[in-house]
Ligand binder design. Structure first.
Ligand SMILES: [Zn+2]
Length: 282
């Protein structure tokens, strides 16, 4: 018989003693360093220690790229839930929650303004809104950005951050692939430049349509870019995928991207690129 006996009394946390994870600090999931959120914000959501690019909101991106005095446009569109779809939650409830969380009507923001001296139209996707999924509103908003670029004859930049088509809108979301691609073909005819910037993640129907149709296809470092996810591909081809498969660096090496540009260099890169893209041939 032992002298001491340990009673199994498990500590039951009371609801008001739950650990709060939201605070002033966060941890980099790449290098494990503890980061002060204000530092991360000042560094455009890029880890100051290892350069890991975290997700960056659509409005913050626009604000970072365009000169002061730009205008946010086409914000009024809202999804009508055409299928009255319900999975774990009704789609209507998901939309309400996403609107509250992001302050946007859907997963996209259009803006008109200038990068340096150059007028541009930007369409930036918001991953925080139902995974940046593309339904009818995202498709229509991008189509309007294309129309604005065509009407004003100014370059278009689309910034993708998306899990793909929005399944809650079924075929209506898949139709956006064709609609946006047709609009971009018109830009091609009119010889107006379109730059596609892919950020983490750019997958599914977004990769399968406008994200890969740029006159220049560029990406942020380390972004996941692909059509189907790695697990689905592995199960289909029954092979192990190579290291870094579907990341920006792998895609650049294999000719799917034109460049990888760090977030802090993006504005200068775009200004320089737009200059030679819009130069009149002599
Ligand atoms: Zn890090």
């Amino acid at each position: 018989m032992s002298w001491f006996k340990r009673e199994h009394n498990q500590i039951q946390p009371t609801p008001d003693h739950e650990v709060r994870t939201e605070g002033l600090w966060t941890k980099c999931d790449a290098c494990g360093k503890t980061l002060w959120k204000a530092d991360l914000e000042a560094n455009l959501q890029v880890c100051p220690s290892c350069g890991q690019h975290f997700k960056f909101g659509a409005r913050e991106r626009i604000d970072n790229l365009l000169e002061p005095g730009y205008e946010l446009v086409d914000l009024e569109l809202q999804s009508t839930d055409p299928l009255e779809f319900t999975d774990l939650k009704p789609y209507k409830a998901r939309l309400i929650a996403a609107r509250k969380k992001t302050g946007l009507n859907d997963a996209i923001v259009n803006a008109v303004g200038k990068i340096g001296e150059q007028d541009v139209v930007i369409s930036a996707m918001e991953y925080g809104f139902i995974g940046g999924s593309m339904g009818a509103v995202v498709g229509e908003t991008i189509a309007r950005a294309v129309d604005r670029a065509l009407a004003a004859k100014v370059p278009l930049i689309i910034i993708s951050a998306s899990g793909g088509a929005r399944m809650m809108e079924g075929i209506a979301s898949l139709m956006q692939l064709a609609k946006v691609s047709a609009g971009l073909a018109k830009m091609d005819d009119a010889k107006i430049p379109y730059i596609s910037l892919m950020t983490d993640p750019t997958t599914g129907g977004v990769t399968a349509s406008f994200a890969m149709l740029g006159d220049l296809n560029i990406a942020e470092p380390g972004a996941l870019i692909g059509f189907a996810g790695p697990r689905v591909i592995e199960q289909t081809i029954r092979q192990k995928l190579p290291e870094g498969f579907q990341r920006s660096e792998f895609l650049l090496e294999h000719g799917f991207l034109d460049a990888i540009v760090a977030r802090k260099d993006l504005k200068a890169y775009l200004a320089e690129t737009l200059k030679w893209m819009t130069e009149k041939a002599v």
